[in-house]
Design a protein around this ligand. Structure first.
Ligand SMILES: [Zn+2]
Length: 94
């Protein structure tokens, strides 16, 4: 019988333990905001930098854990939903 190694289970492919953090938003948009922020910082006395910094923060606060293998939704194995998935897939809790 398979033993659990990891702390998450993927709802889509059933993989246990492989989660990666997916940051929300788009990288080049963030870069573009920084470039314009820096250019206009001289005119706006640095206030234009609030926009890219705010975007950076919002990207990271909206980051979600996804399956490393398929990018699917993951749940913690110690939650009722995670335990149910593990049971359904025939894994034994370590
Ligand atoms: Zn998956």
């Amino acid at each position: 019988m398979a033993r659990i190694r990891g702390d998450i289970i993927c709802e889509d492919c059933g993989t246990i333990g492989f989660a990666t953090t997916k940051v929300a938003g788009v990288f080049w948009v963030e870069m573009l905001l920084y470039i314009f922020g820096i250019i206009f910082a001289i005119i706006t006395l640095g206030f234009s930098l609030i926009v890219p910094i705010g975007y950076s923060i919002s990207r990271r606060t909206r980051a979600v854990s996804v399956c490393k293998k398929c990018g699917g939704k993951v749940v913690k194995v110690d939650t009722p939903r995670g335990k149910k998935l593990i049971n359904d897939m025939g894994f034994v809790e370590a």
